[in-house]
Design a binder for this molecule. Structure first.
Ligand code: AMP
Ligand code: H2P
Length: 808
């Protein structure tokens, strides 16, 4: 029996009669494939992962500080020269075009390191995904007005974002509020409010390996029925307006670095990203060979072999129950699947969510957390019978005037691996912050020293240096940074020394011109560029830097005819909007600049510049121009630092304390090639026992006394002599970070810096040694270690075949 013709077949008959030319068919096919591949980014690589079905790595983070994408894409795809040439021929200037792109400022600072990790994961050919939130407003733009920081909203999506692709087909519901019903047919979480998570995908290209991974950021959307349930006339408009309430979840990045604020909206953000991501992961798992699409029959046994989720940050709570699994099974899978990275030891940064917030927002999850805690404490009690104090210290639930859930504890208990981000930091976690947990499960604890991607942080930002390196040792170092060691053979090579010094000088000139154009400040390009760029925070001790600048100022004023190594001190960074002391520190920096920079006795021997609105794209300009990198936190407070590594790779010498990754950097470079000063962690601990008395230093060190007296008397704030009293009071009476204790050693060490700087050749030799030994600090090394030692996957360095020409 002949079946009726389909519409397609009917149309085909018509077209055969000549209405559509055969050429059009092949054109359309080409265009269709082109659109699929390039516009919809339905990438061949995604299919590659489906075919190979490797273990997937899920990197969850509330921050992906990506910066700009255009140049990075060109570098990784190997297209930069061609693009330069093509735009040139079109009468356009590539550099100008690049400057138009907005930074994707979806991070605060170092926690944005996941951006480097994504680059490395793609470069190492790992089937890895970054999962986060598509904040409509990223980190605020900083304006300086009258010397004060003023925040402006970062409307980065105003002109659209060409790098992202919305994927409404993968929208996922996330539930909040409601209550728990323990009925006869099981426990149910009911009457919830639903918010939809709409994913936006951004491609993450590996370095010249034909691999493109995905960063998937969730945006909140109100469902159509949101608040429309029982509207009456007039209620409708309000209901539509109320959609904002749901959509506020992805509105804005919290600009708190290292500080837990405890806001409900932040908790919503955390649950939103985790709940949406987990559902997406499970969907992907089910459509793999190992899962079946039928939830009832899905076997999750293979889940931990196929999935690894690495939630980063001091944050992340998680939903554990899959209703078709018992809690016990679900928990076992969770622990095998998750790994937890800690990024800070500052107690005020660690999240402790008040029970009452969880109770309303996520009632069922709170019950599950209690259950997990009960089972966990039972095990501890069996191991340490009678040790009630230990139970209290380790409990996920903190008793007190407000009962809270300690999220770091939950993360440790719920993960198979826990790591810090530099050796010294991981040791501190074991010895102090998580001591009890270490004693309970020592096998969980590891170290993964941070790293940075050499693509963005050398090839892209410092092409001059990349080039002189490549001339000596070839280009292999770009994807295997240990090759930089080969430069040690050139430490005494006059030609190389000259080339490296010349590139630095060119970068300094370029940056000086930029400052003059954008900030209207003129600096001496022959002075020592002394740079401290990072979030403004008391523990990072921008104040110690300020005390040094004032000391230099006083010295020149005292002996104006002495020879003096000219310096330009630049400090940049944002202060969390609610952090009073950090904002005062910015005001102090600008106030010192006003006095120092306009004093005719000083001339161009000393300048103090505040770099307004420090951000990734500004970092790319200032770091290659720096001679000296300031990494001067109180020992034991900076988990790792990544700025320190960027400077080392770009040919700056470091003045730093034995803190964070500085310790390993000095170890690699050799202590002779590093300006180390100040208290070690043990000294700080010792001092804490004895008690730190700032006044002793003030009384004993005349230059320090002079500086503090100037601050107290309004020397730097003549119109408002009391302006800096809070700073002085803090330094003298309750300085958690012991600035005065390191003052003398710091000043002395800075004298060594100046002395060496006079000898360009000796200075440059040390620079070369630093560059040559910075290989360890590639995020490729970091990621390879995470992969092997925590995630249970092998980096492939595998270059997949180039995609077929999608136009065919
Ligand atoms: P550090 O404290 O120097 O290790 O800084 C951590 C990292 O965050 C470094 O890589 C800095 O360059 C970066 N960073 C800090 N503040 C900002 C900012 N406002 N914009 C961009 N990057 C930042
Ligand atoms: C934090 C730590 C750093 C660390 C970084 C990444 C929270 O960021 O303090 O020491 O290197 O995470 O692990 P930040 O640099 O913004 O302070």
């Amino acid at each position: 029996m002949s079946r009726p013709l389909s519409d397609y077949e009917k149309r085909k008959q018509i077209s055969v009669r000549g209405l559509a030319g055969v050429e059009n068919v092949s054109d359309l096919k080409k265009n269709f494939n082109r659109h699929l591949h390039f516009t919809l980014v339905k990438d061949r690589n995604v299919q590659y992962y489906y075919e190979k079905d490797p273990k997937r790595i899920y990197y969850l983070s509330l921050e992906f500080y990506m910066g700009r994408t255009l140049q990075n894409t060109m570098v990784n795809l190997g297209l930069q020269n061609a693009c330069d040439e093509a735009t040139y021929q079109l009468g356009l200037d590539m550099e100008e075009l690049q400057e138009i792109e907005e930074d994707a400022g979806l991070g605060n600072g170092g926690l944005g390191a996941p951006a480097c990790f994504l680059d490395s994961m793609a470069t190492l050919g790992l089937a890895a995904y970054g999962y986060g939130i598509r904040y409509e407003f990223g980190i605020f733009n900083q304006k300086i007005s009258g010397g004060w920081q003023v925040e402006e909203a970062d409307d980065w999506l105003r002109y659209g974002n060409p790098w992202e692709k919305a994927r409404p087909e993968y929208m996922i519901p996330v539930h909040f509020y409601g209550h728990v019903d323990h009925g006869p047919d099981g426990t149910k979480w009911i009457d919830t409010q639903v918010v939809l998570a709409l994913p936006y995908d951004t491609p993450v290209p590996g370095y010249r390996n034909n691999t493109v991974n995905t960063m998937r950021l969730w945006s909140a959307r109100a469902p159509n029925e949101f608040n429309l349930k029982d509207f009456n006339v007039g209620g409708y408009i309000q209901a539509v307006l109320d959609r904002n309430l749901a959509e506020n979840i992805s509105r804005v990045l919290y600009p708190n670095d290292n500080f837990f604020e405890g806001k409900e909206l932040r908790l919503k953000q955390e649950y939103f990203v985790v709940a949406a991501t987990l559902q997406d992961i499970i969907r992907r798992f089910k459509s793999s060979k190992f899962g079946s699409r039928d939830p009832v029959r899905t076997s999750f046994d293979a889940f931990p072999d196929k999935v690894l989720a690495s939630p980063t940050g001091v944050t992340v709570g998680r939903g554990v129950s899959q209703h078709w699994l018992s809690l016990c099974q679900a928990w076992e899978i969770t622990v095998k699947t998750c790994a937890y990275t800690n990024h800070t030891v500052l107690p005020e940064a660690l999240e402790r969510w008040p029970i009452h917030l969880l109770e309303t927002l996520l009632p069922r999850h709170l019950e599950i957390i209690y259950e997990i805690n009960q089972r966990f404490l039972d095990v501890i009690y069996a191991m340490f019978p009678g040790d009630h104090d230990r139970l209290r210290r380790m409990s996920l639930v903190e008793e007190g005037s407000i009962k809270r859930i300690n999220m770091a504890h939950l993360c440790i208990v719920g993960s198979h691996a826990v790591n810090g981000v530099a050796r010294i930091h991981s040791d501190i976690l074991k010895k102090t912050v998580f001591k009890d947990f270490y004693e309970f499960e020592p096998h969980k604890f590891q170290n993964k020293t941070n790293g940075i991607t050499p693509r963005r942080w050398l090839v892209l930002c410092n092409p001059g240096l990349a080039e002189v390196i490549a001339e000596r040792i070839g280009e292999e170092y770009i994807s295997d940074l240990d090759h930089l060691k080969k430069l040690l053979a050139f430490v005494n090579d006059e030609g190389f020394i000259r080339d490296v010094a010349k590139v630095k000088q060119e970068n300094k000139l370029k940056f000086s011109a930029y400052l003059e154009k954008e900030y209207k400040v003129k600096i001496n390009p022959n002075s020592l560029f002394d740079v401290q760029v990072k979030r403004i925070h008391e523990y990072k001790r921008q104040l110690l830097n300020c005390l040094h600048v004032i000391t230099l100022y006083n010295r020149i004023k005292r002996e104006p005819n002495q020879h003096f190594v000219p310096r330009t001190i630049m400090i940049g960074g944002k202060a969390a909007p609610g952090y009073h002391m950090a904002k005062m520190i910015i005001k102090l920096i600008t106030a010192i600049g006003d006095i120092v920079n306009n004093d005719p006795v000083i001339g161009d021997r000393l300048k103090m510049i505040f770099l307004e609105n420090y951000r990734v794209s500004l970092a790319e300009k200032v770091i290659p121009a720096a001679d000296l990198s300031e990494q001067i936190s109180t020992a034991g407070t900076e988990a790792s630092g990544t700025g320190n590594m960027k400077f080392m790779l770009n040919g700056a010498l470091t003045i730093g304390t034995m803190d964070g990754a500085n310790v390993e950097m000095a170890e690699e470079a050799g202590e002779d090639n590093f300006f180390i000063f100040g208290m070690r962690v043990e000294d700080v601990e010792e001092m804490d026992k004895k008690g730190y008395c700032a006044k002793d230093y003030y009384d004993r060190i005349p230059e320090l006394k002079q500086v503090i007296d100037q601050l107290s008397s309004g020397y730097f704030s003549p119109k408002q002599p009391q302006l800096f009293k809070d700073i002085v009071n803090m330094l003298m009476n309750h300085d958690r970070f012991k600035v005065f204790a390191d003052y003398e050693a710091y000043i002395k060490c800075q004298e060594d810096v100046s002395a060496l700087y006079k000898n360009t050749k000796e200075w440059t030799k040390k620079v070369i040694i630093n560059i040559a030994t910075s290989g360890k600090f590639s995020s490729d090394r970091t990621i390879a270690q995470y992969a092997r030692e925590i995630w249970g996957v092998e980096p492939t360095h595998h270059k997949i075949p180039a995609p077929d020409d999608p136009r065919e």
